[in-house]
Design a protein around this ligand. Structure first.
Ligand SMILES: NC(=O)c1ccc[n+]([C@@H]2O[C@H](COP(=O)([O-])OP(=O)(O)OC[C@H]3O[C@@H](n4cnc5c(N)ncnc54)[C@H](O)[C@@H]3O)[C@@H](O)[C@H]2O)c1
Length: 344
């Protein structure tokens, strides 16, 4: 099912409920170069058979400028020209690397994504942000550039480990918190295993989250206002993801709990919401608490992209389904993190 979404001057083709094999109908095999990680290459050898493919080690540690330099050197060796189309097939690490590489290689080539993790399907592949890390600083070097296409093939989810399903649900729960009270209620009424056994239900939730993200990015592609709402839970998440070496979804989960605590003080959020959120996160195999090293978190926050002087644009909840951007002094966040009760 093709849906075309317009972002400024770019039109992105969304192929929902499709298969990776269908790609060659629209993008000639000779013109495409697949980029993937070692896990996906090993799990799905048939997808890469007869395809020009670049493979990087799986995991966040590959999201570096060194990887971009190494892939660029390999592309030059392959004589990849500006008419090439890069296709990132993998989780968010691969979509971020592919989008960034395609934005800078020879000053820009076309690219598309086949997200294979739930997190990449609902979030990382969507919206045009691409980037790599520098030391512990997440996505600090990057671009905003839309892909030509995103193809959704949920059959990949059959091999996704349960912990990665949980990570994807951290972002799904984020959409529910900031935009969609009905989705929050739907998720509360079921659990992770139900979705793992019903890809139809998973597809529906994926499409719903993609629609929320597209709508937000269409209104504010360059994150001057509304798009910031998508960072709910992410300020602290980005600070702990690399310093504590935990998965993005787990970091977001903890970040959302911290944000609920802060919201109860600054935006009038009913204090019982934090308890509801913690219960929902646990229902989807996500952590609601963790001991935080406040000094280390604050060190990273100083360099956060959303900081302006002594304030940081922080996303607070007003109620389930409604969020707001609020400039908060770093000192307040520092105090809240120090008061944060890791014993959920
Ligand atoms: N650009 C954005 O807007 C955006 C948004 C959210 C997250 N992100 C980024 O996305 C990354 C997290 O994404 P992720 O959780 O997909 O990480 P990931 O790419 O590291 O994938 C997680 C693990 O799952 C494996 N995997 C992926 N698909 C699989 C499948 N079908 N079967 C078996 N194993 C599979 C991967 O090999 C990896 O080991 C972070 O770097 C984060 O910063 C970017």
């Amino acid at each position: 099912m093709l849906q075309q979404v317009v972002f400024g001057s770019a039109t992105v083709n969304y192929y929902f409920q499709s298969t990776v094999q269908a790609l060659s109908q629209w993008y000639p095999t000779a013109q495409t170069i697949f980029i993937t990680d070692q896990h996906i290459a090993a799990l799905y050898p048939q997808v890469f058979l007869g395809r020009k493919t670049l493979v990087v080690p799986a995991g966040e540690q590959s999201k570096t400028m060194e990887t971009i330099a190494s892939l660029s050197a390999q592309l030059l060796q392959m004589q990849a020209g500006r008419d090439t189309i890069f296709v990132g097939i993998g989780g968010g690490v691969i979509t971020d690397i592919t989008g960034f590489l395609a934005s800078v290689y020879k000053r820009g080539v076309r690219f598309g994504f086949v997200p294979t993790s739930l997190l990449a399907m609902v979030d990382a592949a969507v919206g045009g942000k691409n980037g790599v890390n520098l030391d512990v600083h997440k996505n600090i070097i990057g671009t905003i550039r839309q892909p030509d296409f995103i193809l959704f093939d949920t059959s990949f989810l059959a091999t996704l480990p349960r912990s990665e399903w949980s990570n994807g649900f951290a972002e799904i729960i984020k959409y529910a918190c900031i935009f969609d009270e009905a989705l929050f209620a739907q998720l509360a009424g079921t659990d992770l295993s139900a979705f793992q056994h019903d890809f139809g239900a998973a597809s529906q939730v994926i499409a719903r989250c993609v629609a929320w993200k597209n709508q937000t990015v269409q209104a504010d592609e360059h994150e001057h206002g509304q798009r910031k709402l998508l960072n709910f839970g992410h300020t602290v998440a980005h600070a702990i993801e690399n310093t504590e070496a935990i998965a993005h979804g787990q970091a977001v989960s903890i970040g959302m709990v911290v944000a609920c605590g802060i919201s109860a003080h600054v935006s009038g959020l009913d204090p019982t919401v934090a308890g509801q959120l913690k219960a929902l996160l646990q229902q989807y195999g996500l952590p609601a608490g963790r001991a935080l090293n406040a000094d280390r978190v604050m060190e990273v926050l100083i360099n956060d992209k959303k900081r302006k002087g002594d304030d940081i644009d922080y996303i607070v909840l007003e109620k389930i389904g409604r969020a707001a951007v609020m400039p908060l002094p770093l000192s307040l966040i520092d105090r809240e993190i120090r008061n944060y009760d890791s014993n959920h």
